[in-house]
Every structure is written in C-alpha cells, then in structure tokens.
Design a protein around this ligand. Structure first.
Ligand SMILES: Nc1nc2c(ncn2[C@@H]2O[C@H](COP(=O)(O)OP(=O)(O)OP(=O)(O)O)[C@@H](O)[C@H]2O)c(=O)[nH]1
Ligand SMILES: [Mg+2]
Length: 421
C-alpha cells in the first residue's frame, strides 16, 4: 500500500505548575516565598524531510504528544521546558487542521510548521509577592498544550504525470526514460502506487515524472483504483497521455483517449486544461500505424508522438517536447532556501464579553478564562489575587456599570462567585 492520506492527533506539552515554597534558612527568621516557575510545554513541529516518500509512519500511529514542562520547585528553581516533538513529513505534504483553522503546503526541504503550541508554565509563588501579600500561598497551574486533529495529504511533487489505461505501457515508459524500476506486466493494475523517476535531459537538466496506477472509466467516482491517485496529477505541469495504439486488448485507442480525458475533467477541470501530449505507444505491434493515423485525425490539436516503450523508438522527441513545454511554462522549482517557520496560532485574545442572563453575569474571553484555569480558587490567597486582577483589568467597574448588585452571581468558565460590594 501507498499511504498518501492520514489523520493524526497532535498534542503539545502542558506547562509545568508553579511551586509554592518558602525559604527555611538559618538566620532568616521569616523566609520569603521561593516557589519556582513551571517549564513551558514542548511544541509539536512538522518538518519536511526530503528523504521521505510516503506517510506510512503516520498510518500506524495516530497520537503524538510533546513533552510537558517540569513543575517548578523550591529554592526558586524553575522547571525545565518540555522538548518539542518533531514529526517528519515528505515534500508535498498538505497539512490541514481538521477544524479548518489552517491549511499549509509543505514543499521545501527543512520547512517547519508549528502545529500545536506548548502551554506556558505556571508562575511560582515567589512571583506574587506584593506589599499587600508578602507570603502568597499559591502558585499558577501550567496552561494546557494545544491539541488538534490534522489531516495530512501527500501530493507528489512531480512535474510530469503519466496517465492512461491499465496496460498502456506507462511503467514501461518510465523504466525506459529513468532509472526508476516500477514493475511491468501484461495484466491490468500492475502498478498499485505512484512511482517517481528522474529524467535527465543533456548534461545538467532534468525533470521528475510520476508513473500512476491505470485509470478506467468511472475512476473519478471510485472505479478501478479510483481517483485516489489522481491527486498526484494535480501538481504536475504536463501530462503524458500513454495510449495502447495497437489496441492489444481490443479497445479503440481513440475511445481510450476520450475516456481518460473525461475522467481527468470530472475529477478536476483544471486537469483538462493542463498541457498534454499523447504518447502513442506500442508502435512496434501490427495495427498501430493505422490507429495512429486515426488518432491524428481525431485529435488534430494535440501533439502525438509515436513511440515504443519496448524498444525505445520515438522516445527522445517525446521527451524533448515535454521538456520544452516545461521550460515555456517555466515556474521555478521550489528553491531550497531558508527553512520557513510559520506559526499557526492566533495571538492571545485580549478583552472580555459580559452577558447577563437570569441575574447571572457570564464573563467570557481568553484572558479571564486562562486566569480561572491557572488558579486554584479554593485557595484564599489565590482568590484575593484573582479579585485584584479583576479590578485591575476594569472588570469590576464594568460589572457595576452593567448594574450588578450584591448577591448577583458572576460566572467565568464554570467558576461562580457571589458579588459583594
Ligand atoms: N509490444 C509492446 N509491448 C509493450 C510496450 N509497452 C508496454 N508493453 C507491454 O504492455 C504490458 C503492460 O505494460 P506496463 O508498462 O506494465 O503498463 P502500465 O500502463 O504500467 O499498466 P498498469 O500499471 O497496469 O496501469 C506489458 O506486458 C509490457 O511489456 C511497447 O511499446 N510494445
Ligand atoms: Mg504500471
């Protein structure tokens, strides 16, 4: 099997918790708070590895988790940050957040994408000392690491695609023009997965050709090996349509061309518009010459190259034509430059919203929700700090403006408290 689509779950490391600790030293009568901060959780990072060709590794394992941050300790010792988890993917992997947050095409070797951010470490109690609170007996919890489902889809990076019916001779042609060694046999669907071959033109020019499993009528709808492999044609810039000109299986080569063109169009209309040349194959067999003439009459607008993948006749002119089309439509190959880092996470949201329902003041917003998640509000010191922050960000004032009265309930992310003036 060739794995070109997988769905995986990634979870960044949670932040470590801050510590609550106090110094107990000789000669320091009332030791100050000394709880260290928790470490940051590791990120999950995808990196393009040019040595990979498929997504098979991700087929067997679905869940990936980066290391969590260490908890803070006494004596102001901070927890160690969690290590990032690096996931290698082949060039041409399209990474999609299953919930639709982003879609990134990973093509350049070394290109990196952070797909889940580690949680921030919680601050230790040493950080909450104020003149009003000299010995805080609380610390923050670490933030949870991000978690999401990703869809990875591999679309091979080949400039030229070989399409055609099973047994037309696509693999034979690839063997003839490159050092790739796809299997060749006289039964249909010999090729079950795409193969790439590097075709050399002259001294230092080359292009990559993909040999794809054969198509049949209804492929776009899942017949035969179906459209599963057509996604690999999407990125190619030129198609070589390989036809069994000798009609060795009793079909009319003209009908073969029509059927395949229709399948391409039904799968993706862009494909029908892609530059295409016809490789009229098996010219060494009887009947091929007559059929070639019929093909030329039927498709005068298409360049048709008579070839024999078996003995190599006609292959060079075909390759030169393909090469000159590539040159003419010249889009630079993805250059290997600076590895690219793109962060996908939205910056932390500021502000909050207040909704009043049945005497309950429901407050939402990332900042206040994080505040609730980070603190143990059963702890009286933490609760004091919490109210201090609410007043500092102007929330208490806003609630008063909204007409809150003693006895009303304020709710933030499941945490409720009664309002007192
Ligand atoms: N006589 C002759 N036979 C050929 C030629 N090209 C391919 N064949 C034969 O046709 C059969 C099919 O060739 P393949 O290269 O496996 O065809 P394919 O298009 O890759 O087929 P699938 O992988 O099944 O889609 C084999 O028996 C080849 O030897 C040719 O130019 N002349
Ligand atoms: Mg084949």
């Amino acid at each position: 099997m060739f794995y070109d689509y997988v769905k995986i779950n990634v979870k960044a490391g949670d932040g470590g918790n801050g510590a609550v600790a106090f110094r107990r030293e000789k000669y320091v009568p009332a030791g100050g708070p000394s709880g260290g901060d928790g470490g940051r959780g590791g990120d999950v990072v995808l990196v393009v590895d040019p040595n990979l060709r498929t997504l098979i590794d991700y087929h067997y394992k679905k869940h990936y988790k980066a290391e969590r941050g260490e908890h803070g300790r006494g004596k102001d010792q901070h927890g160690r940050d969690g290590a990032d988890l690096i996931l290698r993917v082949p060039p041409g992997t399209v990474v999609r957040d299953a919930a639709g947050a982003f879609c990134v095409d990973m093509v350049k070797p070394g290109q990196r994408l952070v797909v889940a951010r580690g949680g921030k470490g919680g601050r230790g109690n040493a950080r909450f000392v104020t003149p009003q609170m000299r010995a805080p007996r609380f610390a923050e919890r670490g933030d949870p690491g991000e978690e999401r489902w990703l869809e990875l889809e591999l679309k091979l990076l080949a400039e030229v695609g070989l399409v055609g019916f099973p047994n037309a001779g696509k693999s034979s042609l690839l063997r003839r023009i490159s050092s790739a060694r796809p299997k060749v046999a006289s039964y249909p669907f010999t090729t079950l997965e795409p193969h790439l071959g590097l075709v050399k033109i002259g001294e230092d020019d080359s292009f990559v050709v993909a040999d794809l499993p054969g198509l049949i009528e209804g492929a776009h709808d899942g017949h035969g090996l179906g459209h599963r492999f057509l996604r690999h044609v999407e990125r190619t810039r030129v198609l070589i349509h390989v036809v069994d000109t000798a009609g060795t299986e009793g079909r009319d080569p003209r009908e073969d061309v029509r059927v395949i063109n229709r399948e391409l169009e039904l799968y993706n209309p862009d494909l029908a518009a892609r530059p295409m040349v016809i490789a009229a194959n098996k010219m060494d067999l009887p009947g091929a010459a007559e059929n070639l003439a019929l093909l030329r009459r039927e498709f005068p607008q298409v360049k048709i190259y008579p070839i024999s993948a078996l003995n190599g006749t006609g292959v060079d002119p075909l390759l030169h034509e393909v090469y000159s089309i590539l040159k003419a439509t010249g889009e630079a190959e993805p250059e290997v430059g600076e590895p690219e880092v793109r962060f996908v996470t939205a910056p932390e949201e500021r502000g909050y919203r207040i909704e009043v329902k049945d005497g309950v003041f429901e407050v939402s917003g990332k900042g206040v929700e994080l505040l609730v998640a980070r603190l143990d509000l059963e702890n009286p010191d933490a609760l004091r700090y919490f109210h201090h922050i609410l007043s500092r960000i102007g929330l208490e004032e806003t609630l008063r403006e909204k007409g809150i009265r003693p006895g009303d309930v304020v709710r933030i992310k499941g945490f409720e408290f009664e309002w007192q003036d």
